[in-house]
Design a binder for this molecule. Structure first.
Ligand SMILES: Nc1ncnc2c1ncn2[C@@H]1O[C@H](COP(=O)(O)OP(=O)(O)OP(=O)(O)O)[C@@H](O)[C@H]1O
Ligand SMILES: [Mg+2]
Length: 516
């Protein structure tokens, strides 16, 4: 081998060593390759030595020394054998196995000597594996990047799924450290940004909840490996809401103990309210049946007592007429019997209104007119004079197919309760408006600023005889009758109340114009 060849080969070997050591540094490879080509040009007295790379778009000039004269078309034609290289140009394909990696071009004006051809061949042979490695590194890197991208996409997708769920969700590990925290968990009064929560212990983040209680809940799931579920009531957002909390044990490795606990919080306020309403209507229907049966049985003896008292009274009249001195106490006792029997009859009558409201003639009515009529009846009463009454009536309400008398009865009962709830002065507001659908076409609200209703009383106020008013002040039948009348009209009645702030009774009635 000549000195020139040794020179070129040494430079190529140094490149090889470098590439093997620093496969990932492409700029370094380019720099070294340029060195090799420059050395070749210098040693062989060449005009051009250029390195071309095979790309999906064809050959591309990558590195060169000297003056670039070769063209893609020229090189391709020589490699394909469709054109012969002239004496001043040599082209060598660079490949690894069957893969074409590029080409090396040498140009020496005036012709390439045989010795130079051998040296050029040696350079080409040494550059091939270098290009092969560089290519492999690139493929490996691209593979890793693709893989990382798909893992990242998968991670983002799972995050999106978890974030789209209409529940709040977080995951803790056995050290109680937060491993996942979805976007829904960021809202609300205990809302914390995901970035702030991840990695912290749950006790640092949910500091409103007693740490010991939380720890016990999680420990139970870790210990038992079973799902735990319970509901909580909270006013954290201002209004009372019900949440169903589910704690789910999660195993990262199948067959092993739970390593994480997933906690899901669902807002079930509406569901709970519907369930409660359903349970209440079932209970009231059962009570109605019971009441109807009892009243039927009570009515007959009452009628008997009443007629016995009447005949006794007539007998006393007769005795007095015939000059007998009837003791005043007897008259008094008889009077008590008669008035108590009348009271019972009234109660029975009212209870029957609840148990089996008499189907009355219905006609399309305007609820605004019912409200006006009720207020004109009540406003002169002593109890209402100390209060101020105001109305907000939405004009042109859809008609409601109803018994006007019963609507009056309901409004009077609600207004009476509102007045009872306000000991001193205050305002009672009656508001009407259009409802959201034809089933709930008209809304009538009676809003007071009274004492409000305790949470423990709320589930019972529509039950017959449920009263918090002192003896002789209320029978507890008012709302149960309202309930029966409103449901008998295909509507519903509900209440919002807060102790100390007042109550809103809301009646929702369907639209109706004919009896069909
Ligand atoms: N507007 C209101 N504000 C506060 N509490 C109310 C209101 N309306 C009803 N309540 C509560 O609901 C209970 C039941 O009411 P309901 O009208 O059925 O019976 P009552 O008013 O006690 O007696 P009655 O109406 O038979 O004379 C009341 O005793 C009261 O505790
Ligand atoms: Mg009442």
């Amino acid at each position: 081998m000549s000195a020139t060849q040794i020179d070129v080969a040494a430079s190529s070997l140094s490149l090889l060593a470098d590439v093997a050591a620093r496969l990932n540094s492409e700029t370094e490879i380019v720099r070294k390759a340029t060195g090799v080509l420059e050395c070749t040009v210098r040693s062989l007295g060449a005009t051009e030595c250029s390195l071309w790379l095979e790309t999906p778009r064809g050959l591309v000039s990558a590195v060169r020394a000297g003056k670039l004269g070769a063209t893609v078309e020229g090189i391709t034609a020589i490699l394909d054998g469709t054109a012969a290289a002239d004496a001043s140009v040599a082209v060598r394909r660079l490949s690894m196995g069957t893969r074409h990696l590029g080409a090396l071009v040498l140009r020496i004006e005036g012709g390439i000597p045989a010795e130079a051809i051998i040296a050029f061949g040696a350079v080409a042979n040494m550059l091939s594996p270098v290009l092969g490695w560089a290519e492999s590194t690139r493929i490996l890197q691209a593979d890793i990047e693709r893989h990382t991208r798909s893992i990242e996409e998968e991670r983002r997708f799972i995050h999106q799924v978890v974030d789209s769920l209409p529940v709040s969700l977080y995951v803790i590990d056995r050290d109680y450290r937060i491993k996942a925290w979805n976007r829904n968990r960021e809202g609300g009064s205990q809302g914390v940004q995901r970035e702030a929560a991840l990695g912290k212990t749950i006790f640092e983040i949910l500091h409103r909840a007693p740490a010991e209680k939380l720890r016990r809940e999680f420990d139970e799931v870790f210990r038992s490996g079973r799902i735990q579920q319970f509901t909580i009531e909270t006013r954290a957002t201002g209004e009372p809401r019900t949440y169903r909390i589910t704690k789910i044990p999660m195993q990262v490795v199948e067959g092993e103990l739970a390593s994480h606990v997933i906690t899901i919080g669902e807002d079930v306020t509406d569901f709970a309210a519907t369930q409660e309403r359903f349970a209440q209507s079932e209970k009231l229907a059962a009570m109605g049946q019971l009441a109807a049966g009892v009243m039927h049985e009570v009515n007959n003896p009452l009628a008997t007592i009443s007629s016995c008292a009447d005949s006794l009274s007539a007998r006393l009249d007769d005795l007095e007429g015939s000059g007998v001195d009837v003791p005043a106490a007897s008259r008094e006792t008889l009077g008590i019997i008669q008035s108590e029997v009348n009271r019972c009859k009234n109660i029975v009558g009212s209870l029957l209104d609840f148990a089996r409201p008499v189907p009355r003639e219905k006609a399309p009515i305007d609820m605004n007119a019912s409200v006006e009529q009720t207020l004109s009846l009540l406003k002169h009463q002593k109890q209402f004079k100390r209060l101020s009454l105001q109305t907000f009536l939405e004009p042109n309400l859809p008609p409601v197919l109803a018994c006007a008398e019963q609507m009056l009865q309901v409004l009077i009962a609600l207004l009476q309760n509102a007045a009872d709830a306000m000991e001193h002065e205050g305002t009672i507001t009656v508001r009407t408006r259009r409802g959201p659908s034809s089933h709930e076409a008209v809304l009538v609200e009676v809003i007071d600023e009274g004492a409000g209703i305790a949470r423990t009383d709320l589930p019972h106020i529509f039950e017959p005889f449920y009263t918090t008013k002192g003896p002789g002040r209320g029978t507890g039948l008012g709302l149960s009758i309202c309930y029966s009348i409103v449901t008998g009209h295909g509507g519903r009645i509900e209440v919002d109340s807060a102790v100390g702030a007042g109550s809103t009774f809301r009646m929702l009635l369907p639209e109706g114009t004919t009896n069909e």
